[in-house]
Design a protein around this ligand. Structure first.
Ligand code: DX5
Ligand code: ZN
Length: 211
């Protein structure tokens, strides 16, 4: 499944591209939340999540690229997110934080930077619904896919055959297939959606590749 990210859209009008994606069949929207601390840029907060939530019945996932991720769980839950993904590098207590997201009735995801090994999250696989493998350095859209992250995807897939593995960064029609071959089954797509043609067409093109 494709997880369109709103990061590369015009932030003064996020509604129009999301409406276009929903009418192209998107069932999921990925929100890149950056705090200017864990990563240099500051992007969007729960107010945007709440505004987009009112546009329809779809899954909203918050990818928290923040320090103290637990400080934001409740706000994004209240804003209508069904899945909260936080970075293992941002806490010493990933197991407890994943449990606390689940105790709120939400799905929990753990994200890994390109420089973090998969072994770090092996012992929390039983409390997360998904692993998000960053295939670029977090912080910016439009970067080049880092191929060496694929070994990590394959490693996780071997240990957790049924878990959702989401890849995030540099996904296009070629890298999507590479990531899929290594075991990824969800693909965050940002800048590809804005490169020529309509957002809806780009979405449909990639979704068709997912089979
Ligand atoms: C990067 C974000 C990604 C980003 C992907 O820190 O987590 O979700 O939007 O953008 P592209 O697809 O342009 O790499
Ligand atoms: Zn993301």
């Amino acid at each position: 499944m494709i997880a369109p990210s709103v990061l590369s859209f015009d932030h003064s009008d996020l509604k129009s591209p999301v409406v276009e994606l929903l009418s192209a069949g998107a069932q999921l929207i990925h929100l890149d939340v950056m705090d200017g601390q864990f990563v240099p840029p500051i992007t969007i907060g729960a107010g945007v999540a709440k505004g987009l939530r009112s546009l329809g019945d779809f899954t909203l996932e918050a990818h928290l690229m923040t320090l103290t991720p637990e400080a934001h769980f409740e706000t994004f839950a209240e804003a209508g997110c069904q899945r909260i993904i936080f970075h293992v590098e941002a806490t010493n207590h990933a197991y407890r934080l994943a449990q606390s997201i689940r105790s709120m009735g939400l799905q929990a995801g753990i994200a890994l930077n390109p420089g973090t090994t998969a072994e770090v999250i092996e012992s929390i696989l039983d409390v997360v619904d998904e692993v998000l493998v960053m295939t670029v350095n977090p912080g910016w859209g439009g970067q080049e896919f880092i191929h060496s992250t694929m070994a990590k995807v394959a490693w996780i897939r071997e240990r957790a055959p049924d878990i959702l593995i989401e890849v995030d960064g540099g996904i296009d029609s070629e890298t999507l297939l590479i990531a899929r071959q290594h075991g990824a089954n969800r693909f965050v797509v940002g800048s590809y959606l804005t490169k020529g043609g309509s957002i809806g067409d780009a979405y449909r093109r990639l979704q068709a590749l997912c089979g």
